[in-house]
Design a binder for this molecule. Structure first.
Ligand SMILES: C[S@@+](CC[C@H](N)C(=O)[O-])C[C@H]1O[C@@H](n2cnc3c(N)ncnc32)[C@H](O)[C@@H]1O
Length: 235
């Protein structure tokens, strides 16, 4: 079925990196204060994945809301640099159009990492938009399974060292922040694993605490949100 929604717009965020904005509700895919800064500080480092990859440890990540792929690209680029096996599963309901992804310039932003150009070349082979279902990308030592699907309709399988929950805000997307969905994500975490997000709403923290995680607010990236969320499954 053709996608009749208007295409997202490209914006430049305050750290100079680009992201997309949904014209329907003005929601940015990444922080207007800095897309790259958010990807690195909130997701890669806040989850503990950065430390694992630098130590060469095999790591599994689940992402809700693949969007532009920037969270994946910073994670996979670090994994490639350190030779750490990365198994990344991401779900995305509406992959952005290729032409908008190309306009983000992530191969220049993350140079000399070869992963952004390889990911874009792979996306070109999938069609635009990619068909619903599972699509696999490999760039040693990283593997990506991109599930083009509604996260609400797709039960996740397996266990993960980190969950990147990056599916717009609770205001824009309430079911993805409601207790049943959050409990499902929490159940996928290994002991010591962390779910991270830019959303610190009390209801979200309470739902994750009820799911057995130690949910707390931590300082956000400089110049961006004051606080972000880390919820850890006790080891
Ligand atoms: C904040 S953006 C993600 C940003 C992304 N992580 C990045 O690095 O660019 C939120 C994404 O969640 C996706 N999304 C919204 N509802 C969804 C759903 N029910 N299932 C899967 N993806 C969803 C949107 O299409 C959008 O791409």
């Amino acid at each position: 079925m053709p996608d009749t929604l208007p295409h997202p717009d490209v914006i430049v965020t305050r750290d100079g990196s680009r992201t997309l904005v949904s014209p329907a509700d003005g929601e940015a895919y990444k922080s207007r204060a800095g897309a790259l800064t958010e990807a690195r500080q909130v997701y890669l480092e806040g989850s503990g994945v950065g430390a694992r990859l630098r130590a060469g440890r095999a790591t599994r990540v689940l992402e809700v809301g693949f969007g532009t792929g920037l969270n994946f690209l910073v994670t996979a680029s670090l994994a490639a640099e350190h030779g750490a096996p990365l198994d990344y599963v991401a779900v995305e309901l509406r992959p952005p159009p290729l032409e908008r992804l190309a306009a983000l310039g992530y191969e220049r932003l993350l140079a000399p990492s070869p992963v952004p150009a390889a990911l874009l070349a792979w996306r070109r082979t999938l069609g635009d938009p990619p068909a619903p279902g599972a699509h696999r990308f490999a760039h040693a030592p990283c593997r990506l399974t991109l599930l083009v699907a509604d996260a609400l309709a797709r039960p996740f399988e397996g266990s993960f060292d980190a969950v990147y929950h990056d599916a717009f805000s609770p205001r824009a997307n309430p079911p993805l922040w409601a207790a049943p969905f959050l409990h499902g994500l929490a159940a996928r975490l290994e002991p010591g694993g962390r779910l991270v997000s830019f959303t610190v709403a009390g209801a979200v923290r309470r739902a994750l605490t009820a799911a057995g995680l130690d949910a707390r607010k931590v300082p956000g990236p400089e110049g961006g949100k004051r606080e972000v969320l880390v919820a850890e499954r006790p080891a």
